[in-house]
Design a protein around this ligand. Structure first.
Ligand code: 5GP
Length: 127
């Protein structure tokens, strides 16, 4: 089934400057901004500027330039936050939710960067 992108999603509106955001980084292909409801002292959302619904859409259809820019932007933000273990930082967690089982709320691909405290168990365990 082809991907269907809803251009009325909240991140599409942020990209069109229809609603504000607290910008952390902007490059040719990528925008990063603070999550409106932070779950950690640092909670940054990183999104491609292209219209991709989720990670599998991005991974299969984005250009190499978009993917490289996105990945390196995440690295730059973690460096800015001072959380890269390779640079003496205390670490971070990256999360990309997708679809129903991933409990994705906003249907524009995004990576969460969570840092600034111990982020806790990877997932809640349920029977
Ligand atoms: P998801 O569940 O889709 O992986 O995460 C969506 C995230 O977007 C949530 O953490 C939520 O707090 C954040 N969010 C929802 N609406 C807005 C908004 O208008 N502005 C910002 N900055 N973040 C938002």
């Amino acid at each position: 089934m082809p991907y269907s992108y809803d251009d009325q999603n909240i991140f599409a509106k942020i990209l069109r400057n229809e609603i504000p955001c607290n910008k952390v980084l902007e490059t040719e292909h990528t925008l990063a901004f603070a999550d409106i409801a932070p779950k950690a002292p640092h909670h940054v959302l990183v999104i491609p500027k292209g219209a991709y619904v989720n990670h599998d859409h991005f991974a299969s259809q984005a250009s190499d330039a978009e993917i490289a820019d996105f990945t390196r932007s995440i690295g730059r933000i973690c460096a800015q936050l001072g959380v890269n273990p390779g640079e003496g930082g205390n670490g971070y967690r990256l999360i990309a939710n997708a679809g129903n089982d991933g409990v994705q709320e906003v249907p524009h691909f995004h990576m969460h960067i969570l840092a600034g405290r111990n982020i806790g168990p990877m997932v809640l365990m349920r029977d």
